[in-house]
Design a protein around this ligand. Sequence first.
Ligand code: CTP
Length: 397
Amino acid sequence: MLQDKNILLGITGSISAYKIANLASALVKLHANVDVIMTKNAEKFINPITFETLTKNHCITEMFDRNDVSEVKHIALAERADVIMIAPASANMIGKMAHGIADDMLSTTVLAAGCPVMVAPAMNVNMFNNPAVQDNLSVLERRGITVIPPETGVLACGDVGEGKLPSEQTLLDYILRATAKEKDLTGKKVLVTAGPTQESLDPVRFITNHSTGKMGYAVARQAMLRGADVTLISGPVSIARPPFVEVISVKSAEEMFQAVADRFAEQDYCVMTAAVADYTPAETKTEKIKKSDDGSDLSLSLKRTRDILKWLGEHKKDGQLICGFSMETENILENSTAKLHKKNADLIAANSLKDAGSGFGTDTNHLVLINKDGVTDLPLLSKEEAADRLLDVLSKM
Ligand code: CTP
C-alpha cells in the first residue's frame, strides 16, 4: 500500500516514544521506506538501534555526521519525504517549530520540508493546556501543519487528562490518509450504506440477515483515502469504524431511510451496499410467511420495508450518481440489469452468493459492474480493491 513512499518519523523526548517502534514496523510491513530522526532527549527513552533494526535505515541522531558525506542530510531527508510525522512531539519541539528555530537535526529538517507535516503532541495535561503550547499549536495549524489531538487518559506522571499520544493505529491512519492514494475524489461527497438492518419483532427478537458490512466499510474507507468527504450509514456490525469518516449508526430499515434522506441532497455519490431487510413487522397482518406442521399459526404480520435505493433513484438531481448492490443466486446479469432500470440507478454492482470468495463475511468479492454503457466483469479482488474499481467507474461517469 505504501510502495515508493518515504515516511519520515521525528521522535522527541517522551515516554510514549516506545509506541513509534510499532508504528515504524507497521509502515515497513506496508512497504514504505521509513527514515527516523531522534532528538537527544528521545534517545533517553528508546534506543536508535530499535529503529535501525525495524527500518533497515540509519537512525539519525546527530546534526553533523562525519561518517556520511554523500549528501546534505537534512535537505535530502526533507526532499525525499512524502510526509513527516513528529510523534511524540514535546512542548519544546512544538515551540521551536512555531518560531522557526533550527538547532537540531529534526527542527532543521522540518524547516526544509515541502511535504505535509503532522505533529502529535504528548505531554502532561497542564503543559498541554498551557497557553504558550496552545498558541504554538495554533500557529502550526495556521501554517497548514496537521495537529493530531492527544487522547485523554491516565498519563505517565499519574495525572489524568488530555496529553496521551494516540494509538499506533491512529497515527498510522493519519499517515495513510496523507499518502496512501491519489486524492482524485477531493471535493466529492460520498454517502455509503452498509451492514444489515434489524427489524424488531418484540423487545427480544428481530429479523436480520448475514451482512457483516465489510464491503460498505471498504467503499467508505477507500473513498476517504482518495480525499472524499464520506458519510457512512451503518446497520449493526462488529467491525472497526473507518477513520475520518462520519459514521451514523442505525438499526431498522426506516432509520436507515431517514438517515439517507436527511443527507442525500448534498451528496455527489450514493453507494448502497446495505442488505436492507425486505420485511418489517406490521401493525396489521399483511403476509403469512409460515405455518407450522402441527397446524398452529406461526404467521407474522409483515410489511415490506421502504426501498431506499428506489427512493434515491426517484429523487436524484442532475450530477448525482446512485450505485446499488445486487446479491443474486442465479440469473445475476438479467436480474441485476433489471434492478438498474427498476430503481433508476446509475450503476449496479452485482455479486453472486454462489461464487467462491464472494458474498457475506468474506474479505474478497467478485463484482460485476453494470451501467448504461455495459458490463464490467471484475476479477476476484479484496473488498478494498473492488471498492476502488467501483469508485474508478463512478468517478468516470
Ligand atoms: N435496497 C434498499 N432498500 C431496500 C432494499 C434494498 O436500498 N429496502 C438496496 C440495497 O442496498 C441494494 C439494492 O437495493 O443496493 C438491491 O437490493 P436487493 O435486496 O438485491 O434487491 P431488492 O430490490 O430487495 O430485490 P430482491 O430482494 O427481490 O432481489
